[in-house]
Ligand binder design. Structure first.
Ligand code: SF4
Ligand code: SF4
Length: 416
């Protein structure tokens, strides 16, 4: 059958042939099912990668409708991409899911709860600084009651686990005479929720001889919108970031692996385009003259959580292990079952709090059993989620915070 490549209307049905052809790469072998957290929890084919791909194929050809139940099965996917790692046909399940969700969003009116959820999230992304006030408000009993009534109860613990807001400057000079430069991607929520991590990164970069520029024009990476099916919004964010980081001579560093996956997927049109100059902070530091830095010994226990984004699409998880090994005396543990997503998954911990809680439970149990002092994670979303569920005696932080804490300092962080 000769099917055109674009989206077109046939008998009042929207058909997306390019998406259908992508789904046809799946040979329906189900090798991915054992790696899928939602299938492991439900043993329901519709909650497996193969089931979701089959439903999206039906959607793309107009053979099945975008029902509420179908939308739920697609929205229940964590976009962890564990399935892609074992797929013999190299099916791009994450991309198929994003496009499938975009199709359902075009065909279904959102519910009132979805509209409210999206509106609040958009406001937070557009105006992240008032988050500091929200974290204070979140402790008030009447605010908590109202949030639960409106369906936002799951947001409160995440807000209170966030790091305090600290304003960032546009430029931080290097700690030496060196003229090495980098730019820092902080995204939409970095300044408001990840200030300790960003300051630790700036401190280490300064000791490695880098001056750091933080372009004010940058914005959200677009991941949250892309995974919700709002591809147009995500593309607008991408254009703004490509403009903000347009200097082809300067590497761009990011500190949240969840954002890194989306940034890496921006369309690259030249060898020095933005995605080619992007590096995750642990990876970047490991490639610098890292052995010139000295650290105080630390006789404590740390459990390393490798986010799905670092393990699978970015393949940079090994660098946090490599860096923390430089701290003498630190007893490092790796999660026994680190194949499954922790449940944070962008806004998943807010939209699916029960499943997110179930998924994080085994990590919490292991951290408690090992009696660790720290759990480190290189993704802000995972760190927030872990911080909500771990006992308060265990500190949750980014690996660079532990490195900066133990660094034998030569100078303070300068500001220009
Ligand atoms: S991305 Fe994760 S949750 Fe979604 S289908 Fe694949 S393994 Fe399952
Ligand atoms: S996505 Fe890959 S592993 Fe999963 S059923 Fe399809 S071909 Fe098999």
């Amino acid at each position: 059958m000769d099917i055109p490549q674009n989206i077109f209307m046939a008998k009042n049905r929207v058909i997306d042939n390019a998406l259908f052809l992508k789904t046809e790469q799946c040979v329906r072998c189900a090798s991915c099912a054992p790696r899928c957290p939602t299938y492991a929890l439900s043993l329901n084919e519709a909650e497996s990668p193969r089931g979701r791909i089959t439903m999206i194929a039906g959607l793309a050809t107009g053979q099945i409708s975008a029902t509420e139940s179908l939308q739920q099965h697609l929205d229940n996917c964590l976009t962890c991409r564990a399935c892609e790692q074992v797929c013999p046909a190299e099916v791009e399940v994450g991309d198929i899911l994003d496009q499938g969700r975009a199709l359902t969003h075009r065909r279904r009116w959102p519910t009132l709860a979805q509209l409210l959820f999206n509106k609040v999230l958009d406001q937070i992304i557009a105006h992240p600084k008032p988050l500091a006030r929200l974290t204070t408000l979140a402790r008030l009993k009447w605010v908590q009651r109202m949030a639960h009534t409106l369906g936002f109860g799951a947001w409160l613990p995440a807000l209170s686990a966030a790091q305090p807001t600290m304003p960032l400057h546009a430029h931080y000079p290097s700690g030496s005479d060196s003229d090495k430069r980098v730019q820092l991607f902080v995204g939409c929520l970095g300044e408001a929720m990840q200030s300790h991590t960003l300051n630790a990164a700036l401190y280490l970069l300064s000791h490695l001889g880098f001056s750091v520029q933080i372009p004010k024009e940058q914005t959200c990476c677009g991941a949250l919108h892309k995974h919700r099916g709002e591809i147009g919004r995500a593309n607008r964010f991408a254009s703004q970031n490509l403009q903000a980081f347009s200097d082809p001579a300067v590497p761009v560093i990011y500190c949240a692996t969840g954002c890194g996956v989306t940034l890496k997927e921006y369309q690259a049109d030249s060898p020095d385009a933005f995605p080619m100059r992007l590096l995750e902070i642990n990876e970047f530091i490991a490639q610098c003259e890292f052995d010139t830095l000295e650290f105080e010994p630390l006789h404590e226990k740390v459990l390393i959580h490798d986010p799905c984004s670092a393990r699978y699409p970015l393949k940079c998880a090994q660098f946090s292990h490599q860096l923390l090994n430089q701290i003498e005396g630190l007893e490092i543990f790796t999660l026994a079952n680190n194949q499954h997503c922790c449940g944070a998954a962008g806004t998943y911990m807010l939209s699916h709090p029960e499943t997110a809680h179930t998924l994080v439970s085994s990590i919490v149990e292991e951290a408690v059993r090992l009696q660790v002092d720290y759990v480190v994670s290189s993704n802000i979303g995972c760190a927030l989620h872990l911080g909500v569920h771990l006992p308060k005696s265990i500190r949750v932080c980014h690996p660079v915070e532990l490195l900066a804490q133990q660094l034998i300092s030569r100078h303070k962080l300068g500001v220009e």
